[in-house]
Write a protein of this length. Structure first.
Length: 206
């Protein structure tokens, strides 16, 4: 599998999916407007009422809330939108295997720990309470499991003794907002290939 996309006149269209605060969604939209990420966020997809919708309204991005059954609604929506990438940004549901299969290598997820440590929900809190000295963020392709897909990028962060949980959360989110747009750009426009589970990305993300 190889991902080489030529930069054209119009930017590739991506969709972002969220369930909560939407800070990563906003960081991605801002990066497209600041020229750091050559893409257009065509739509925000949410599965519930959440603050991400407010951000979409403020940013002037189209948004849609999935109807029940959400899996069917999402299948139809993605077929209609035909995005170049589906970007999960705090979307707190496991995608059904049919969708993963249809969009394989086109769905990215961000997770606030160094996977495979602390998958699932509340990863920052779990890592903090476990007492890890190093944690970080992981950006990966989505497969059928929960936070198990091939890893594209990780960034480690040393946990200082004086930090409380909130400070650790802030540092993790800073990393997410800085690196997710760059990784999306690299996947859309860079050269990469898959060897087994290993994602070989030619670009140096930093
Ligand atoms: C982010 O920290 C993201 O890594 C995490 O949800 C948060 C969403 O924040 N995702 C997961 O835990 C996925 N397993 P946001 O809504 O402010 O972007």
């Amino acid at each position: 599998m190889c991902g080489v996309l030529q930069r054209g006149v119009s930017p590739p269209e991506i969709v972002v999916m969220a369930s909560g605060n939407g800070s990563n969604f906003e960081a991605i939209v801002r990066a497209t407007r600041e020229g750091l990420l050559f893409a257009r966020v065509k739509k925000l997809i949410v599965d519930r009422d959440c603050f991400a919708i407010e951000r979409a309204k403020r940013l002037g991005i189209d948004w849609v809330r999935l109807e029940k059954p959400w899996q069917r609604s999402l299948t139809n929506l993605l077929r209609e939108l035909q995005p170049s990438l589906v970007v999960l940004a705090g979307f707190m549901r496991v995608l059904p295997p049919e969708i993963v299969n249809e969009w394989r290598w086109k769905i990215l997820n961000i997770h606030p720990s160094l996977l495979p440590a602390f998958p699932g929900v509340e990863a920052i809190r779990k890592a903090y309470e476990y007492g890890v000295k190093v944690t970080g963020i992981t950006i990966h392709f989505v497969d059928e499991g929960v936070d198990t897909g091939p890893i594209i990028f990780q960034k480690a962060l040393e946990v200082r003794n004086e930090w409380d949980l909130e400070e650790l959360e802030n540092h993790i989110h800073e990393l997410e907002h800085r690196y997710y747009p760059r990784v999306i750009h690299a996947v859309l426009h860079g050269t990469w290939r898959i060897e087994g589970r290993r994602v070989i990305l030619e670009e140096d993300i930093g």
